[in-house]
Design a protein around this ligand. Structure first.
Ligand code: CTP
Length: 417
């Protein structure tokens, strides 16, 4: 596919270098169009080396090939990252004063803009109006991420991670090519339910018991399944990362809500795959107070009574086994994947515990990762062990969670009946 990567003049221009690589490594031909201001942040040699093509920013270079219209006409996808407030204003106004804006004016393919700017600029009514105009015209403007900006300020305006922009941009092409968000692929037609994040068990209207899960792994599995063409429902407990575009999101924050959501979306709906990546609390407060629990005058401590939560995974396996006994050829047996967060201890290694859990849970694939405060939770890199009941054990990583998620999906494919 011919991808035009526009880069406008903001400090986040350096992140577009990673985005460029994601496209070229996936086999796409990338033409980078930096604006003149962008070249003050990242120079032409970087773009030329990464894309393997010369770069130009004004309409007077290579005039004989009429490139100010040709580049846009020939593109299959145009992505601008970062898209500054100024760039979006120019595009919204239909201006054509450099090669990137002439390209945007001539492109008939999907156009994706990934804005990056300070929060005040993003929230300014002029920018809001420009974004609204662009979206009305079918341009896909990605929501900026929130977080630390250049300088000391924080808020919405950060350029999303290159992986996020890459996935959202590819999803646009899938939508165009097939008329719906699910692209064709080896998992086309498969319905997949994935839980992610950490449950929150309410104590009173303002407090809960929670855990450190960020939802990155479940989200990565959702993205990988979507990219394989599956129809994905992502059940989100408390998460720190946005859902990938093109997946259906169902919020299910407590263990009780998640149990109901799994029953409805996976078991009742007859879906093909359940991936329980959520970190579900094993215990919850036995009583949930209707009003905020007050400090009681002279007592030094507070004793909470906890009760066990339902084992959602075990429940889903039991129901699947009852409805689809092993060896019954009449209908394909839904596949169930469990996760295990393990630490080695005196009783055994991470793998020993994982093996025991695989058998106890009756899942078709157990994804075990080693946890600790510095490991896995909220981190981008992970090492996972993939265990199957036939004794198969594969270790993947350390690698990023997208790569690990693709490995999980690759291990699931042969399990579909
Ligand atoms: N799980 C679940 N319902 C629970 C607890 C966990 O569905 N109430 C799922 C998780 O989503 C995960 C797997 O079960 O897929 C984890 O199994 P579990 O035995 O709970 O492992 P740990 O939480 O690691 O706890 P422990 O080792 O103490 O049993």
């Amino acid at each position: 596919m011919r991808v035009v990567l526009g880069v406008s003049g903001g400090i986040a221009a350096y992140k577009a270098a990673s985005l460029c690589r994601l496209f070229t490594e996936a086999g796409h031909e990338v033409r980078v169009l930096p604006t003149q201001a962008a070249l003050r942040f990242v120079g032409a040699p970087t773009w030329e080396a990464l894309s393997g093509h010369p770069v130009a920013h004004d309409v007077f270079s290579d005039v004989p090939s009429v490139q100010h219209v040709r580049v846009g006409q020939e593109a299959d996808l145009v992505v601008v990252a970062p898209a500054t407030a100024d760039l979006m204003a120019r595009v919204a106004a239909g201006m054509a004063d450099d090669l990137l804006t002439t390209t945007l004016l001539t492109a008939t393919c999907p156009v994706v803009l990934a804005p990056a700017m300070h929060t005040e600029m993003w929230l300014n009514p002029a920018t809001r109006a420009n974004v609204a105009t662009l979206r009305e015209r079918g341009v896909h403007v990605i929501e900026p991420a929130s977080g630390r900006l250049t300088g000391t300020d924080t808020g919405p305006g950060r350029l999303p991670d290159p992986e996020v922009i890459h996935a959202e941009a590819l999803a646009r092409v899938g939508e165009r090519a097939h008329g719906e968000p699910t692209a064709a692929g080896p998992w086309a037609g498969r319905r997949v339910v994935i839980s992610s994040g950490g449950t929150r068990e309410p104590l009173d209207p303002v407090r809960f018991l929670g855990n450190r899960s960020s939802g990155r792994m479940g989200t990565a599995v959702a993205r990988a399944a979507r990219d394989l063409g599956a129809e994905v429902t992502l059940l989100q407990a408390a998460v720190e990362v946005p859902a990938p575009e093109g997946v259906r999101v169902v919020e299910a924050v407590s263990a009780a809500e998640l149990e109901a959501a799994v029953a409805r979306e996976f078991s009742d709906a007859g879906a093909d795959l359940l991936v329980m990546a959520a970190a579900v609390a094993d215990y919850r407060p036995a009583q949930v107070s209707d009003s905020k629990i007050k400090k009681s005058g002279d007592s030094e401590g507070l004793v909470l009574e906890l009760e066990r939560t339902p084992d959602i995974l075990a429940g889903a396996v039991a129901r699947r086994d009852a409805e689809h006994p092993a060896g019954d050829e009449r209908a394909p047996r839904p596949v169930i994947v469990g996760f295990a967060a393990e630490t080695g201890d005196d009783a055994g290694s991470v793998l020993d515990h994982a093996q025991a859990k695989l058998e106890r849970k009756g899942v078709d694939l157990l994804v075990a990762n080693e946890v600790g405060v510095e490991k896995t939770f909220g981190q981008d890199d992970t090492t996972v062990h993939l265990l199957t009941p036939d004794g198969g054990a594969t270790t993947v990583g350390p690698t990023n969670k997208d790569e690990a998620a693709r490995a999980v999906c690759a291990a699931v494919t042969p399990l579909f009946g």
